[in-house]
Design a protein around this ligand. Sequence first.
Ligand code: ATP
Ligand code: MG
Length: 571
Amino acid sequence: MNTYKLMSKLYAPTLKEDPTEAVLASHKLLLRAGMIRRGSVGLYSYLPLAWRSILKIENIIRDEMDKIDCEEMMTPILTDAELWRKSGRWNAYGPELMRLKDRYGHEYALGPTHEETYTDLVTNELKSYKQLPMMLYHIQDKFRDERRPRFGLMRSREFIMKDAYSFSANVESMRECYELQKQAYANYCRRIGLRALPVVADSGQIGGDTSVEFMALADAGEAEICYCDACGFAADTEAATVGINLVEGEAGELEKVETPDCGTIADLAAFLKVPEAGTRKALALVDGDKRPCVVFVPGDHDLNDVKAGHVFGDYHMMTDEELKEYGLVKGFIGPIGLPEGVQVYADATLKPSEWWAIGANEENFHYIHAKQGRDFEIQNWVDVISAKEGDVCPKCGAPLKIARGIEVGQVFQLGTKYSEAMGATFTDEDGKEKPFQMGCYGIGVGRSLQAVVEQHHDEHGIIWPVSVAPFEVEVLALDTKDDVVWPVAKQIAGKLAERGIEVIVDDRKERPGVKFNEADLMGFPYQVVCGKRGVKGGTVEVKERATGERMDIAIDDVVDELVERIVPQRA
Ligand code: ATP
Ligand code: MG
């Protein structure tokens, strides 16, 4: 039978002060509301209230997966090193992979993701094209020895992930699975109350996207997104190749000018009386092969670390000592007269630019009217800049906007990467053995929960969307000893529970002020305040947490009123 929960029996140790371990509002609130606790670096426990929300989130995932015939199952968390060796990731994964040995010295990893496990699972069992496509998933703890675990559930070392894997006979079918999962992810975000954007994570090969991240928009997000209001284009700035508003230098004869104290772009632009975009920034680095490199970017743009990694491998920016060692003059580097052996790169957005204002490789001197092709050549054109506000949409040319986001999920087309490496094949219609065309699809469950809080809170506490709220209604019995108030509070809670509403009753012997504050902190969508005066007059006060709206409602009507409001808001 449906019944209500008494707060006196709930384990939710609240905190009055902001805990020092937390930076993000969502992290602070989850700790303060007694919903999560840190055990060690990047390890969190979900206390009963948070766990109720987690189960709701998981059930929304289950519902969306059921709709697209993606089947739930469960595999071990511990994965055999042999599988990782087969796929080549035992070495490639690096220190993030949590490795361990059993008593016999055999090696294992705690799964950070399960491509190997699922590919191995279907090998020799999923045999015919007639059984394809097949989509399988589980919701399970994952382990990553993150370099910087932080922000609570956002980036922890053990976290709950839903991960799905699709096996198809051909590319078209893989794309269909991918599109189904993508749609399910969009539905999922909407249903748990997240404002999220699907953003291109990998620049599309063969047309269309091959990977999309679902980004919950939040200033506190670790990811940066550029997007276009005009055509809907959206991409991770790590992946986006965008246009820029190119500002040319002045035309003329090559001229070396003294530019004292102009070691920065801002100083130089002010000195030359040109916009920063009209100058060229030189960055010196040592690439993964230990070669000295100089890369030129538009003066108003920065190097993107991830893109640079694609070009330069395991690179680092030169130290002052390294600059000296390679004969480079800090703040005055340019393409004319560079020391022997320095590799020259420039961002491809500068390719059409003829006239550059640029360092002269001499302390306190720059060149103006430096002409590409006449005065210098660039050997390598690359894509290495971070998109910024106002850059040009690669799809429609409109100005781009920049936002921050929390990656809550990602879908990938994998092709035959794992099936080929691990020998996972099926027999196709033509009788030939072929590797599966695969896709993989992940959702961070704990990260989603915290992203919801990051988007839904105010200075008093959390504001749960009904779909993922630990309880839908809190009944505040302001005087539990009163022989009128307490029976009415119990009666309302009981009736709501009978109607399938999830109710918690604050039956503790606390002052009303404490109860009000904690109700706002925990953030259940509706509060029913049962006070002596109201109850004697036949009413209770209902407060909607999201809007702050307060309504005096007759005791006889309050159950119907709440059911009517809550049920349509369930996902
Ligand atoms: P990030 O770029 O944030 O490190 P990722 O791209 O490495 O994440 P995926 O491999 O795509 O992560 O994993 C699928 C999902 O798992 C992510 O979209 C994210 O929601 C979640 N996730 C990944 N790493 C963590 C973590 N350390 N803590 C909590 N959730 C995580
Ligand atoms: Mg990802």
